[in-house]
Design a protein around this ligand. Structure first.
Ligand SMILES: [Zn+2]
Ligand SMILES: [Zn+2]
Length: 218
């Protein structure tokens, strides 16, 4: 514990000391004009495990929080370097990530449990006569909830980062992967395997198609 009266350094990068506040800002501190917070966080601070996302070093987090009536808009950017395995060549590579955060926190009320995050069941597309509640803001804002006097940003950030990870990571777009026979990394050059003689299933299909076209042509 340091004896500082103000441990928060809004709007500027501050290491370590404000980690707790960066992840759990007080609602009372968030104004209508908005506040900015930034800092470096560890994966552990966000509750990220290695199975969620392997991270090299720390994550740089910069967030703007704005109070609009009883909701809090959180926008900003999280940057980090993920360690991934290429699905084609199986090599580990560093994947620099920059992710835009854009979420809304609403106060959780006792009357309305958090079940209906997205009310899909009641959504009826073919009912134009019924008055549809149009959201004025961008529809992609994810909605989170807060209780008490502060926000819990870590679970939200963890979830958003996991969602941002690519399904099929590639070390590079043009990665040619491994030879299916000898396992050589073909990015490093061709191997000595002979080309597949039968041409595989696609060649069979192509031959069939050709035959059909020839038959139709005569
Ligand atoms: Zn690769
Ligand atoms: Zn080969």
């Amino acid at each position: 514990m340091t004896g500082h009266l103000s441990t928060l350094e809004w709007g500027r990068s501050a290491p370590m000391g404000i980690t707790m506040d960066l992840l759990t800002p007080k609602i009372a501190d968030i104004t209508e004009e908005g506040i900015s917070m930034s800092g470096d966080l560890t994966a552990e601070a966000l509750g990220l495990t290695d199975t969620d996302e392997s991270i090299r070093g720390t994550l740089a987090v910069g967030l703007d929080l704005r109070s609009v009536e009883r909701t809090i808009c959180v926008t900003g950017v999280v940057e980090w370097t993920a360690i991934r395995q290429c699905v084609r060549c199986l090599k580990e590579f560093d994947d620099p990530m920059a992710f835009s955060v854009r979420v809304v926190y609403e106060r959780e009320t006792k009357a309305a449990p958090v079940t209906a995050k997205r009310d899909d069941q009641r959504k009826k597309k073919a009912a134009p006569a019924v008055e549809v509640e149009v959201e004025p803001e961008e529809p992609n804002n994810d909605i989170y909830h807060y209780v008490g006097d502060h926000l819990e940003l870590a679970p939200m950030l963890r979830e958003q980062l996991i969602l941002a990870a690519p399904m099929h990571p590639l070390c590079m777009d043009e990665c040619v992967g491994l030879c299916a026979r000898c396992g050589k990394d073909l990015n490093e050059g061709p191997c000595h395997c002979v080309a597949e003689p039968t041409g595989g299933p696609f060649q069979v299909l192509r031959n069939l198609k050709q035959k059909n076209e020839e038959a139709a042509g005569r």
